[in-house]
Design a protein around this ligand. Structure first.
Ligand code: PAF
Length: 284
């Protein structure tokens, strides 16, 4: 069932609650792929009813980012959700979510995650991005009031920031993190892969190759983070614009001198101008 209005999704969830049913929310920006479907499958296993939100959230995009060209494929998304037995696809308009006013923190209440969590990795180049993410996610949580929220490990910093928000603001929702889904080639699935040409997809394999190589080196006993990070340069060509490579604590995003079983290696790199991210746990 496709619902666009906040009031309608609230009423539907209220009905389910009366029947004592548990509810899972899978927040998405649409352009659904197998990665999203894996979140939906997990939600279906864990919950009696599943809501998938499809909303390209304007306030998490910077002024020079791809908000206007971000793929919008609601009809196909709804079909995919129907195929997975999703109970409600909640696809509000920006006006429904934010009203008609100017979208800025002069006029809207924002949820701003702590600087320590966002002054690095994606938050460093995408200033304000996680304010937009936390604001919309908390709004979706308040609208749907699910028991569980499902998020993908590919956006590792996002999951950590959302978990922190949920803990700090006592939001009564359990966050479930699901593993990265990859193409057979190793490329992590992303809605932004749609922007890549066939050659671009091949060039983009550098991200998973770099991460796998770091893990191989770690498994061989190299733990010095600087030495592990140095290994990336032999993979990069003029097709790649590296934004960051970091090895941090996988729960807290703290820097460590030596990698260990709790470390995560994270990369952001542009290929054909498309900003791609990926990560790998070293201890698994
Ligand atoms: O990961 C995403 O697709 C978005 O950041 C989210 C969580 C749906 C919030 O808009």
């Amino acid at each position: 069932m496709l619902i666009n209005k906040i009031e309608d999704v609230r009423n539907q969830v209220k009905e389910w609650r009366k029947e004592g049913l548990s509810v899972g929310l899978v927040p998405t920006m649409g352009a659904l792929h197998e990665g999203h479907l894996s979140l939906i499958k997990k939600a279906k296993e864990a919950c009696d009813r599943v809501v998938v939100s499809v909303f390209v959230n304007p306030i998490q995009f910077g002024p020079s980012e791809d908000f206007d060209k971000y793929p919008r494929t609601l009809e196909a998304d709804t079909k995919l959700c129907d195929g997975e037995g999703v109970d409600v696809v909640f696809a509000p308009t920006p006006n429904e979510m934010y009203g008609g006013g100017r979208l800025s923190n002069d006029t809207l209440t924002y949820v701003c995650p702590p600087f320590f969590y966002v002054n690095k990795l994606c938050g460093k180049s995408r200033v304000g991005h996680f304010d937009g993410v936390c604001t919309v996610v908390l709004k979706l949580f308040n609208i749907v009031q699910p028991d569980f929220g499902f998020f993908g490990q590919k956006d590792a910093q996002q999951v950590i920031v959302i978990k922190k928000m949920v803990k700090d603001l006592n939001v009564p929702i359990e966050i479930v993190q699901c593993p990265i889904v990859r193409e057979e080639s190793g490329l992590a699935l992303s809605s932004r892969n749609k922007y890549l040409t066939e050659q671009g997809k091949i060039d983009a394999l550098v991200l998973s190759k770099i991460l796998n190589n770091i893990k191989v080196c770690y498994n061989k006993g190299i733990t010095d983070v600087s030495a592990l990070k140095e290994t990336v340069y032999s993979f990069l060509t003029d097709k790649h614009e590296l934004e960051y490579i970091e090895i941090l604590n996988r729960e807290t995003l703290e820097e460590e001198k030596n990698a260990n079983k709790n470390s995560i290696a994270l990369i952001a790199c542009r290929v054909e101008g498309v900003r791609l991210i990926d990560n790998i746990y070293l201890g698994e």
